[in-house]
Design a protein around this ligand. Structure first.
Ligand SMILES: [Zn+2]
Length: 333
């Protein structure tokens, strides 16, 4: 019997989108399907879109159903992966939703689920900037901030599957309120909406900036405008990114002090502006993380970008498929 190359379907579900792709063991995407999802739709509706995206990805890959060994789904929220349950997700507005079983039934393939931030870390570990290191951390900066910590080559989940939430480290005790109920969290000061708020506040105070015109054309102003303005050399935008870098440096210095990772890999849309916030981030880390050797930890943007979560879900499905195969093949001498 010829050993076939195992493929899986990786799926990344977010608040606004679902991406599905057939993935081979080298982490190449073969056949991709992207769908938008209307915010806060009922679980059954979202799962139906997800299933149809997976079918489309398979069709586009040109492979048959028999070539696929399993499905991995990454999604935001607190999950119970062994039971296939989403206990709670503020981004999806779900509570106690069975995810795994309906997907498994609809597609006829073994399915596993994992938190999307953990999936991102596993993606970097399997195919990205974490491939050659045992200890690293991922920080994903977008609408919110997520984190994942890999220790000894494995994701560290914590006692209740919620380890690595670097976005909710307090960096300013009197700072703005955070969605988690605390105030001054890293997320409340450096995620996309916080960057937009900083820009809007500076403009209100009468700052001269390219952002004034951008704000006039497109209300409300967003973090990507601040990125664009910085690329055009706008002084206010550059100053905002420096401030963002300093706050990120505070949070990441704490992470480095606690975990001593070899690398910190930054993902999410906001990390596209690394050239503008990276220098002040690194300077702050040097100033704050004093017990880890200076400049020991490399801080770099993710080479996988937005695909890290999908690839990590696929890698998890591949690993589970291998475990099943080892378990069913009788051992030979
Ligand atoms: Zn928070």
């Amino acid at each position: 019997l010829q050993t076939e190359v195992p493929h899986v379907i990786g799926i990344d579900l977010g608040g606004y989108h679902v991406s599905a792709a057939v993935v081979n063991p080298e982490g190449h995407l073969i056949g991709i399907s992207e769908r938008t999802v209307e915010r806060f739709r009922p679980p059954a509706e979202v799962l139906a879109i997800l299933v149809s995206a997976a079918r489309e990805a398979l069709e586009r890959s040109g492979l048959g159903h028999e070539a696929i060994r399993g499905i991995g789904v990454g999604l935001p929220g607190t999950l119970r992966p062994t039971e296939g349950l989403c206990l709670f997700s503020t981004i999806l507005n779900w509570q106690d939703v069975q995810i795994r079983d309906p997907i498994q039934e609809a597609l006829g393939l073994p399915t596993c689920i994992l938190n999307n931030v953990h999936a991102t870390a596993v993606g970097e570990l399997s195919f990205g900037a974490g491939k050659d290191v045992d200890n690293f951390a991922c920080v994903s900066i977008g609408t919110g901030i997520g984190g994942g910590v890999i220790i000894g080559g494995e994701i560290y989940r914590g006692d209740s599957d919620s380890a690595g939430e670097v976005g909710h480290i307090t960096v300013d005790p009197d700072g703005p309120e955070c969605v988690c109920g605390n105030q001054g969290c890293l997320e409340a000061l450096t995620a996309g909406p916080a960057i937009a708020r900083m820009a809007a506040e500076s403009l209100k105070l009468g700052a001269q900036s390219l952002l004034t015109d951008m704000a006039a054309q497109s209300q409300p102003i967003r973090a990507e405008h601040v990125f664009r303005a910085a690329r055009e050399g706008d002084a206010l935008a550059i100053k905002i990114w420096e401030k963002v870098g300093r706050y990120l440096g505070l949070g990441i210095a704490t992470l480095i002090t606690l975990v001593n990772p070899r690398r910190v890999i930054l993902g999410g849309r906001v990390s596209q502006a690394f050239e503008f916030f990276g220098p002040s981030l690194k300077e702050e880390v040097r100033r704050r993380a004093r017990v880890v050797p200076r400049d020991f930890t490399e801080i770099l943007p993710s080479p996988l970008g937005a695909r890290a979560s999908l690839l990590g879900s696929a890698a998890t499905a591949l690993a589970e498929a291998r475990c099943r195969e080892v378990a069913t093949v009788p051992k030979t001498v």
